[in-house]
Design a protein. Structure first.
Length: 94
């Protein structure tokens, strides 16, 4: 495969096997790393948030984006549902 392109088979994405417990809140998510680039520090994760989970307001040291694949993500900026076309949420870390 050409550098810069990556295909991941859906049957290889099994977030339930990758439980993550937040050291700050105790919240449980299921996070699977799909891509990590050691040269740039860029990473792509598949994260499943359990229904009803609330994440406290926080910030990030870098830009990040999200796709809502299933369900609804409730944020202080509004609700984002998994309707086609997929919602892409972008946060520039500000």
């Amino acid at each position: 495969m050409e550098k810069g392109y990556l295909a991941i088979s859906a049957d290889r994405i099994i977030p339930e096997e990758h439980k993550h417990v937040s050291k700050n809140t105790g919240n449980v998510t299921y996070e699977q790393y799909l891509v990590t680039d050691e040269d740039t520090g860029m990473l792509v994760k598949y994260i499943r948030y359990p229904k009803g989970m609330v994440t406290p307001i926080h910030d990030h040291h870098c830009a990040h984006g999200m796709y809502v694949l299933k369900g609804t993500l409730h944020t202080d900026k509004g609700d984002f549902r998994s309707l086609l076309p997929l919602h892409f949420l972008r946060d520039m870390g500000i």
